[in-house]
Write a protein that binds this ligand. Sequence first.
Ligand code: SF4
Ligand code: SF4
Length: 110
Amino acid sequence: MEPDDKIESPVSPSSLKIVTGVKKRAAARIISELCTGCRICLQSCPSHCITIVDSDLNFNGIAQVDDRCTGCNICAIDCPWTGVMMINPDGSRKDEAVYAKQLKKLRGYQ
Ligand code: SF4
Ligand code: SF4
């Protein structure tokens, strides 16, 4: 092949979508007064973005979410102590009925 030869792309440029900006999603926030440090959310988070940090609130420590959170709601559903709330990009609290429904869909039992 000569250096000036063009390679045909299998994808036509008109079929490609231009992605602009980042789609904003809700993110998990720990309610420190309710978190018991039980670590259940650590095991259920698919993004591995929850850690336990020391806290004066209880001897187990409390959960902390970092910015890799994708807003999947799983920790909020799985926390037995209702220690996680989902916060929308505008700062409002996500309706629990909505994320419970989304999770059912995700897990395929609805
Ligand atoms: S599952 Fe709930 S109580 Fe347990 S560590 Fe996570 S946020 Fe805290
Ligand atoms: S919402 Fe999903 S990604 Fe975010 S901390 Fe909870 S389980 Fe992890």
